[in-house]
Design a protein around this ligand. Structure first.
Ligand code: ATP
Length: 315
């Protein structure tokens, strides 16, 4: 399969995409929505997945719809964690498959990771559709399809507890894009290193994972892939065959990464954008509001940093 096709660039253009003029300020955001709607129509995405995307979209707006420095650092650490792993697995749900199946297949190939379908709203039809999408992008083996090969991941009650014995169950590192907090905590308790893509720095998943990439997976999957290729290049081969030297260098990068600090940086990205917005309002409104806007932003930033440090407090 051609490289352009593997990155999703050669996805057949849908009529909806053609209807969005390139000059539209939200053109990319609308194209991402179309990909999800197509995924829904093709049976990959659950209706609830469309709503979950809405939650993410709102946060992407606040992040400025671009990959910030914190996300780049997290991608570098995630690439190193994958390089240092013996049995990495990429868990794929409907949204991830609809948005970036090609990148996930390339990532699996570059890092020697297995691909496993794992769903919250589970059905054999959706599993099959997602596996079909991954295969279309070149995946040779997709785990999570054979009921005989499943084992229970303790500590979560959703359908996501059923994992492949050869995949997530035996993995040392698991990439869980767009995840729910319960399973992230269960994976951690099972001793796995957890990497997530999540637009919400305050979600339970982002706070529980070892490495949280706070960015839209449509952008960050490419950045992570690039970092994996860089590391493979530095190691003189691909990550699958990385020697002891490459692995220990990668392990040092992981040790030097502080997820809490990185999450706080992502929150500052959001509050910085909000602060700029408040500044714009003050200019537009002739400086009204008694100058309290900056204080409100600072209070929000402090509250968010507190949640990151101590977890959400009961109401
Ligand atoms: P948690 O249980 O971790 O607190 P949640 O219940 O808010 O999370 P879900 O609804 O299970 O989360 O999953 C949606 C998550 O995926 C949200 O945190 C949302 O920000 C994130 N998300 C949605 N779309 C994207 C995307 N395109 N890229 C990255 N993250 C996304």
């Amino acid at each position: 399969m051609a490289a352009a096709e593997r990155t999703g660039a050669a996805e057949p253009a849908a009529a909806q995409d053609a209807a969005v003029p390139e000059s539209h300020p939200r053109a990319e955001s609308l194209r991402i929505r179309h990909r999800l709607v197509r995924g829904f129509e093709e049976g990959l995405v659950a209706a609830e997945g469309l709503l979950a995307h809405g939650r993410g979209e709102a946060l992407d707006y606040l992040l400025g719809e671009k990959t910030g420095g914190a996300a780049r650092q997290a991608c570098r650490a995630a690439a190193a964690a994958l390089c240092a792993s013996d049995r990495p697995v990429i868990s794929v749900n409907g949204n991830a498959a609809a948005l970036c199946a090609g990148q996930l297949v390339s990532l699996a190939e570059c890092t020697g990771s297995a691909l496993e379908v794992n769903l919250f709203y589970d059905s054999p039809g959706r599993r099959g559709a997602i596996a079909g999408r991954l295969r279309r992008y070149g995946a040779k083996r997709v785990l999570g399809l054979d009921p005989e090969r499943m084992a229970v991941l303790h500590g979560t009650d959703s359908a996501r507890r059923m994992v492949d014995r050869d995949g997530i169950f035996a993995a040392d590192t698991v990439v869980v894009p767009l995840e729910d907090g319960d399973r992230t905590a269960a994976l951690k308790r099972a001793g796995k290193t957890v990497i997530t893509f999540d637009l919400n720095p305050l979600s339970r998943t982002a706070q529980t994972a070892d490495i949280s990439i706070i960015d839209n997976i449509t952008r960050a999957a490419n950045v992570l892939l690039e970092e994996c290729r860089n590391l493979a290049g530095e190691g003189g081969g691909d990550n699958r065959n990385g020697g002891g030297g490459a692995k220990s260098a990668a392990a040092r990068i992981v040790q030097g990464f502080d997820n809490k600090r990185n999450l706080a940086q992502a929150v500052r990205q959001i509050t910085g954008n909000l602060g700029r917005l408040q500044g714009m309002r003050r200019v537009a409104g002739g400086g009204g509001g008694g100058g309290g806007g900056g204080g409100a932003t600072a209070t929000a930033a402090t509250a968010a940093a507190d949640i990151i440090a101590h977890g959400p407090q009961p109401e």
